[in-house]
Every structure is written in C-alpha cells, then in structure tokens.
Design a protein around this ligand. Sequence first.
Ligand code: TXA
Ligand code: MG
Length: 331
Amino acid sequence: METKIFKREQLDEAVSLLREGGLVAFPTETVYGLGALATRDDSVKKVYAAKGRPSDNPLIVTVADEAMMRPYAKEVPERAEKLIKHFWPGPLTILLLAKEGALPESVTGGLPTVAFRCPDDQLTHDLIAKLGYPIVGPSANTSTKPSPTTAQHVYHDLKGKIAGIVDGGETEVGLESTIVDLSVNPAVVLRPGKITPEEISQVLGEEVLINRGQVSDKDVPKAPGMKYRHYAPSAQVYVVDQAETFDKLDLDASCGVMATSDLLENLPVPEENKFNLGKNLTEADHNLFAGLRYFDDRPEIKSIYVEGFDQGEESLAYMNRLNKAAGGHHV
Ligand code: TXA
Ligand code: MG
C-alpha cells in the first residue's frame, strides 16, 4: 500500500480514506495519532494490526468537540463538564463510563469505560469535523517504539501499512496527553502529561489521586497500556539523576548522551553522539522522543545516557516516559 502525505489542501482526500475505512495518521499538539473510524470494528482492528499492538490495550476516541463525544458516553458528569470547559481542546484525555453498545468492543477492549480526547490542532479538528464521526487515536508509532512527533517519524514506522498521513509539522508538547479517570471517585490521573494533577484538582475543586503503581502482566490494569514495554529504543537507556554524574561516566564511541545545552557543551563526546534536549524541561519534553529515535537509527550506539529532571509535578510526564524507556535503569 502506498502511504500518501497530505497537506491542508488535500484534507478532503484524507477524509475520504477514513470514511472508506482506511487508516490515516494525524497531528495533535502532543504526538501524532493513528486515525480510523471509531464506529467501525473492521477499521479499528486494522489499527492494532498496523501498530503491532496487543488487542487488550484499548484506544482513545478522538473527537472534534464535546457534542461529538456525547452519544458514546453513558453520562457526562459535572466534573467532566468542568474539565472539558477548561482544558478542551487540549492535552487532557477523560475516562468516562461508556454507553453500552455505542462503540465496537475493539475500541474499549471490553472495558466499561471510554477514553475521550479533543486535540488542540486545527487540521485535525477540521479532519474529524468533516468526517462527522470520532476516530480512534493511539500514538502513530510501532508498538514499543517512542511516540512520533513528526510526520516523518510516522512514515518511518508505518509506511506501506497505512493509507496516509496528514502532515502538520512538528508537534508542540512532544509527550502524550494527561489521562484522568472520572469513572471513579476521587478522580485518578492514570498517565501524567503537560496538564498536571494540581491543575486538574484546582479546576475540579477537589482532591485528585495519582496512579504511580507498577503493573504486572497478570493484572488487569486501569490503563492497560501501563503494563507494556514502551518508548524503548534498541540501545540500553540510563536515566542520569544528578548532573554531576555525567562527568564521572566512562563515555566511549558506543555511548549516546541526551542532555540540555549547557550540560552537553562540556562533555568529551563526539558531536554526533550528542543530542541536545534544549534549554529547559519544556524543550526537553518536546525533544525527548525525537532524541530516542535519533539514536535508534545508529546501531553502533549501545547505551544512551539521558538527563533526568526533578521539578515536582512539572516533570512527572517527562520522567514517566524516560523511566519506561530506561526500564528503570538509573545511574
Ligand atoms: O496525546 C495522546 O493521548 C495521543 C494522541 C495521538 O492523541 N494518543 C495516545 O494514545 O497516547 P495511546 O493509545 O498511545 O495511549 C492511550 C493510553 C493507553 O495506555 C491505553 O491503555 C489507555 O490510554 N486507555 C485507552 N482507553 C482506556 C480505557 N477505557 N481505560 C483505561 N485506559 C485506557
Ligand atoms: Mg502510545
């Protein structure tokens, strides 16, 4: 299958492909998603196949606005209304009880809940609005690889397996959306993202819990994605918790380093083995996945040392992705 790249002028072509049951990747403010008509079981199943994703890991339902979400939710509690009003469109995914039978079981993996997301991206808003139906939207990477932050990353992983990619340039945030479970009380943040638990708590005017639990393969976890290997490049990743540690590392030509500009500057490592995460945490969020992918294309790199951040809730999302990529290895 030829994988076409679409610009804004060709949006109608992308809409037609989705309407016919095809797979089209789309930009969001977080990472690129892999779209398919959420109302069609056969289309949804193609998403699992293209990504190589286990079928018990449910998919986010991506909508153009709140009205498009309503027919698929059993109810929209006041707490959800508050969050939607405040954060949508934006990088917050909301878990609600599903309306029975409204979506194919392949979307929810048989769970009683559905994850809804309304991305802050004009191209994708227009794509879904023209289609008139929600699309599923897992990250558009091969399962276990870092999420894609450019159309080129998507092409690298999924060329020949999907019908098209809507190219909206580099994504802004760089890490996936915050997921908050509103089917329980108090609400629980299942996956940290740019929107922090504190911000959610302030808007709700109530306590919000954070799920930090490690989940084993035997469990049925609340966010099924948590139990799977993630963001893992071929080389071994190490989290470097203290900046001083970089000076003590025995770095050779098989080592890659990902750090902020100031730190990187003075390290005795060949330039091509350095990946600049930027000036601060926000830029590091934006660049993390691109950096992991950069070294994945360099088979001679066996270890990657990545700067850790300790900035409270602000660094939860970054450290969550980095810890997964490192499989818990710290130096
Ligand atoms: O920023 C994002 O959320 C991106 C962009 C493309 O929108 N999407 C994304 O999707 O990260 P994905 O599939 O890579 O991650 C969604 C996570 C998975 O870990 C999945 O297990 C969880 O959400 N999830 C989906 N539906 C769920 C449900 N009903 N209950 C619990 N967890 C759910
Ligand atoms: Mg993903």
